[in-house]
Design a binder for this molecule. Sequence first.
Ligand code: A4P
Ligand code: MG
Length: 174
Amino acid sequence: MAETAGETIANTMADVYIGLGSNMDDPQDQLHRALESLATEPQIELVAVSDFYQTPPIGPSQPDYTNAAAQLQTSLSPESLLDRLQSIEQQQDRVRTLRWGPRTLDLDILLFDKLVQDTERLTIPHPRMAERAFVLLPLANINPDLALPCGKTVSQLLANCSVQGIVKLSEEKH
Ligand code: A4P
Ligand code: MG
């Protein structure tokens, strides 16, 4: 809550975590470009970025991914944030063919405050995040004590995941 001219107004900024992934056309550069786009979006403040990780693909046979996570503050609704993320994916030539197939850029909303929602377009928390080391390891790099709406922390969930084959690529945190 903030005070202005004796009036109390609600703080409408949400604390959001997103997952970034790429396994085509210079994945590390794809993630850097996406982060630059996010940083210049109105109504989005980039708060923290994890290190980058090389991760074995889950799904059909395809090249390894580069994965990372970012913490944002935003006044956008979840649906408007998804619109912005999908337009950044389009700017970077994302073509949707095979489910879980290779992609230049995937931007997923992982957590949006403590929101739990399951609509046709948007499921929050991201439905598969709790069992995926390629999501949890970057998140733990930002904040291992971050709690999901289920009450478990990122580090507790990570303890039940295999991190085999995952390699830290670079120190990106800022
Ligand atoms: N959608 C629903 N909830 C969300 C959300 N929380 N965030 C809908 C973003 N989108 C959400 O997504 C399909 C639809 O999901 C969207 O139109 C949106 O309305 P998409 O990005 O077009 O397709 P996708 O990413 O192929 O589908 P999906 O099911 O989200 O895939 P995943 O689960 O993200 O898996 N292996 C490694 N190592 N690293 C990876 O990053 N990624 C995937 C994709 C597979 N294997 C991987 C990785
Ligand atoms: Mg996706």
